[in-house]
Design a protein around this ligand. Sequence first.
Ligand code: SF4
Length: 478
Amino acid sequence: MGRFIEGEERGQLSLMPTSIDEYVEEDNVVRVVDAFIDELDLQALGFAGVAPAATGRPAYHPSTLLKIYLYGYLNRVQSSRRLEREAKRNVEVMWLTRRLAPDFKTIADFRKNNGTAIQSVCAKFVEICAHIGLFKHAVTAIDGAKFKAVNSRDRNFTRGKLKRRMEQVAESINRYLEALDTADLEEGERAGEKVARLAARIAAMRARLAELKELEQRVQEEPDKQISLTDPDARAMATNMRGSSVVGYNVQTAVDTEHHLIVAHQVTNVVVDRTLLAPMAAKAKEAMRAEKLDAFADRGYYSGEQLLACEEIGVATWVPKPRTSNARAAGRFDKEDFEYLPEQNAYRCPAGEILPYRFTGVHDDQNVHIYFTNVCGECALKSCCTTGKERRVRRWEHEHVIDSTRDRLKTTPDAMNIRRRTVEHPFGTMKAWMGHTHFLTKGIEKVSTEMSSCVLAYNLKRMISMLGVKPLMATIRA
Ligand code: SF4
């Protein structure tokens, strides 16, 4: 072979290490997995089968299966069949399980039957991080990402999609009917075959149309007027890429800005983020054991009600307002150009006039205070301000939360950069680990278990890179 590094002869006798422990280095990640799971009170976390059954064949202890499972997520081996194979050939898994090799069905059933408990293990790890004082500065970035479900786009239906499909099928039926009319005029054996073929196609299309009509009925019965046939909990969602969508789940995470650990997560099938800020902030605050929390989020989360809910639970928010002003788009003054004067409960307009409070009305189920002045008619700036008789400014009764969010953003110009560099990276990493493919399981409960395992693996790796294997093991055991 010339000047190459050469391997041993396959028949060469050698002295192998005497114990399997010698194959696993002292700073191997599996040692952390082992230490972490051994320290857990699996019974309290809700795992089934912690106490052995009095009769029947002995079962595997849940800790063995949990170790295999967590090892799989740390090493991008999520499927139960592949984990079974690893348990038979991978020395790290052999060490972890003490050479036990459960079959794939046992591994899959463990995941299926202990979903809530596995999710609690993820929360338990964050609890350890909070316990050692990692979250002294309770600052998080909240964001969501769309993850694909086991449901193709062809098996997801909305009213619009069904309408389009039915129109296409109806068009096809008409085309075949016309072709059938022409074929009827022809004579001979081949014409007979053609008629039979067209008649079969028309029958198939009519059956398809009937199926679509039945689906339309089912779609109508759904609260959000949408159904997914393979994974009923999955929903069609728009992604960041313009014009594209996935059928899947909207996974929310709150990531601490200092250590980049995912402190809270939630799998939802809510299509937009607008209602998710306060629930995620509350989860993050609880996980970080913080009295007060600072939360950064993008403009997709902007909602007056959510900002108010955050303020009420002690969460200060940095969320930019979406640019939806019709006045600004038409080249006129926006509400931002009017200064609120709290002492007078009035606004000052760009022309320097005072717009006093006039009355309170109800707009979109919210109490709104109305302000205007009577001098707009003589104003030189009127064409830049209003097309009506006078410019009226509306102020929501809780508008102070909007003002304080805006003021905070003004004093923290870097807020959205902090958000982006904190929260987008974990999503990218987890998607890469999952192989840019869909979840393996169906239904929001099981998908939540899958996601929790992925989050736990992410946090574990993050802590290992921050502390190192041995110090982390010592922390876990302390
Ligand atoms: S139109 Fe009325 S509100 Fe607008 S700038 Fe003139 S005075 Fe002020």
